[in-house]
Write a protein of this length. Structure first.
Length: 234
């Protein structure tokens, strides 16, 4: 597994690189956002760990640029813990968020969880995984992409996990708290608006009219659900 670590604090990068290499990862280091974008264009990384605040091109700006051509899982690092900073990172396309100073064991656990979700189960079955289909919307559970009107729509790791959960359990209403636990695998107190950000992005990508959704629905005061019955096809 190839991981790109990006931070202007060189000692931090050195420490993270050392620990991840001891876990068997192949780690590339970069020290600014512009270098991260260029490396992401040239190499096929499995995950990126990137600081939010860096001189020149910031981590959030670099994240947005990378999202224009790649859905690689991205973990953002920050010295601040305000909800607004985390929401900004998720809005830029990040999949997870770690606040400095962090325990390296926590970071490694987050990396393992995100790689597991991004890669899905080990591909040992000989047959192709089925599509989940509702009307003009399908979900390819092998390629982890959405298909609408015959066109492939790339999703970030968390976007895919979220829509897959909703489509596999149509009409079941999930609260934001339960979605955080089921999709992110942990709870951030007061951070449940993160779910709203991802729902909005999914509607922008998957709904014919995001302002009038027909698939990803809101049950006011309760949570979100997927409307319709998803049918597996091959």
């Amino acid at each position: 597994m190839k991981i790109l670590v990006v931070d202007d604090e060189k000692l931090l990068v050195k420490g993270v690189k050392f620990n991840l290499e001891n876990e068997g990862y192949e780690v590339t280091a970069a020290y600014d956002g512009a270098a991260a974008v260029e490396l992401a264009k040239k190499e096929n990384f499995d995950l990126i760990v990137m600081d939010v605040m860096m001189p020149g091109l910031s981590g959030s700006e670099a994240c947005m640029q990378i999202r224009e051509f790649s859905d690689v899982p991205i973990i953002m690092l920050t010295a601040r813990s305000e909800d607004s900073d985390k929401l900004m990172g998720f809005a830029c396309g990040a999949d997870d968020y770690v606040t400095k100073p962090f325990n390296i064991l926590e970071l490694k656990a987050r990396i393992r969880a995100l790689l597991r979700r991004a890669g899905g189960p080990a591909a040992q079955a000989p047959q192709r995984a089925p599509l989940l289909t509702v009307g003009d919307l399908s979900l390819d559970t092998e390629e982890r992409v959405a298909i609408r009107d015959g066109k492939t729509i790339d999703l970030t790791a968390k976007e895919y996990d979220l829509i897959e959960l909703l489509m596999k359990n149509p009409r079941r209403v999930y609260s934001r708290e339960s979605l955080m636990d089921l999709v992110w695998g942990y709870s951030y107190a007061g951070d449940y608006r993160t779910v709203d950000v991802h729902i909005r992005r999914l509607r922008e990508k998957l709904e014919p009219d995001p302002a009038r959704p027909v698939h990803i629905m809101t049950k006011w005061g309760v949570g979100y659900y997927f409307k319709g019955e998803s049918q597996p096809t091959v």
